[in-house]
Design a protein around this ligand. Structure first.
Ligand SMILES: [Fe+2]
Ligand SMILES: [Fe+2]
Length: 279
C-alpha cells in the first residue's frame, strides 16, 4: 500500500519558445533523449489510467480507491503537460506526431490481437517500475539536471516526484485483482520483458530520429553519446540495473525501494493544487 500521500499538482509549464532548443545544458543528445521519452507519455500514460480504472469496481479498500483516483489525476495532468511539451518541441525540429504515432500503432496492434485486462494492468505495473526507476535517479542525483533550462527542469522534477508518490498504485491493484501464484508471476514477468522491449526500443528510436532531424547526422557519434548517457554519466541504465532486476523477485513490491526521503526533499518547491479525480 502507498507509503506517502499522492498529491496531484495541476501545474502548467511554460515550455514554448525556440530559444529553448537544446534546453538540456545546450546538449542536443541529452535533450533528444528526454524529448524522446516525453514523446511516449501522452498516449502511454492515458493507457496506464485506463488499465487501472478498469478494475476500480473490484476494489473495496477505501484507501486504495483514493490512491487510484489520485494516481489517475496525476497521470492525467502528466499526459496533458507532456502533450504541451511535445507541441513545444516541434519548434526544435523532428516529426513529433509521427513518432507519437509509433507507440500508438504498437499498442493498437497488440490490442487487435487480443490482450486481457489483467495483462494490460501487468504492462502498466512494468512501465510504472521504469518511471519509478527514472524518477529515483533524477531525484537522487543532485547534478542530474545541471544546466537544464529551468522550466524543463521543473517539469521533469515534478513528474519524477509524482511518479515516486504513486509508484505502487497499479501494483497494489494488481495484487488484488491479478492472477495468483505461478500464473500471476509469469504474467508479470512476461509483461516486464515486453515493456522493456517497448520502452527501450521506442526511446532509442525517437532519440536517434530527433537527433537526425535536428541536424545531428553523425549516427555513430550519436550512438556513442547516447550510450555514454545510459552507462557512464549520469549512467541511468548502470545505476538502475539492480532495481530493474528486483522486479523479477516473486515477492517484489515497489516500496521495497524507499524513496520517501527524496519526495520529502523535493516536493516543497511545488504548490499542491488538487485536481478533480478522473472518471
Ligand atoms: Fe506520469
Ligand atoms: Fe506513473
Amino acid at each position: 500500500m502507498g507509503q506517502v500521500p499522492i498529491t496531484p499538482r495541476n501545474i502548467k509549464f511554460a515550455l514554448g519558445g525556440e530559444d529553448k532548443r537544446n534546453w538540456f545544458a545546450g546538449d542536443p543528445v541529452r535533450t533528444a533523449i528526454l524529448d524522446g521519452a516525453s514523446i511516449l507519455f501522452p498516449y502511454g500514460e492515458g493507457k496506464f489510467i485506463e488499465s487501472v480504472i478498469h478494475f476500480r469496481d473490484r476494489i473495496t479498500d477505501p484507501r486504495l480507491l483514493a490512491d487510484i483516483n489520485a494516481f489517475a489525476a496525476q497521470e492525467g495532468v502528466h499526459s496533458r503537460e507532456h502533450r504541451r511539451y511535445n507541441k513545444a518541441i516541434e519548434a526544435f525540429g523532428g516529426d513529433i506526431a509521427r513518432l507519437e504515432k509509433r507507440l500508438r500503432d504498437v499498442v493498437e496492434k497488440m490490442e487487435r490481437r487480443g490482450v486481457s485486462p489483467e495483462y494490460k494492468l501487468a504492462l502498466t505495473c512494468a512501465f510504472e517500475h521504469f518511471t519509478a526507476m527514472l524518477a529515483h535517479e533524477l531525484l537522487a542525483d543532485p547534478h542530474f539536471l545541471d544546466g537544464a533550462e529551468p522550466e524543463f527542469a521543473r517539469l521533469w522534477r515534478w513528474h519524477a516526484i509524482e511518479e515516486a508518490e504513486h509508484k505502487a498504485v497499479a501494483f497494489d491493484v494488481w495484487n488484488q485483482v491479478g492472477p495468483k501464484g505461478l500464473r500471476g508471476y509469469l504474467m508479470r514477468v512476461r509483461a516486464m520483458l515486453r515493456a522493456t522491449r517497448i520502452f527501450t526500443s521506442q526511446t532509442r528510436f525517437n532519440t536517434h530520429v530527433l537527433l537526425r532531424e535536428r541536424g545531428q547526422t553523425n549516427v555513430l557519434r550519436n550512438a556513442r553519446r547516447i550510450l555514454h548517457f545510459a552507462v557512464i554519466r549520469p549512467g541511468l541504465l548502470r545505476r538502475s540495473f539492480g532495481v530493474y532486476l528486483s522486479y523479477f523477485r516473486p515477492g517484489f513490491h515497489p516500496w521495497q525501494h524507499d524513496d520517501r526521503h527524496l519526495i520529502e526533499q523535493h516536493k516543497n518547491s511545488y504548490a499542491a493544487e488538487p485536481v478533480i479525480a478522473a472518471e
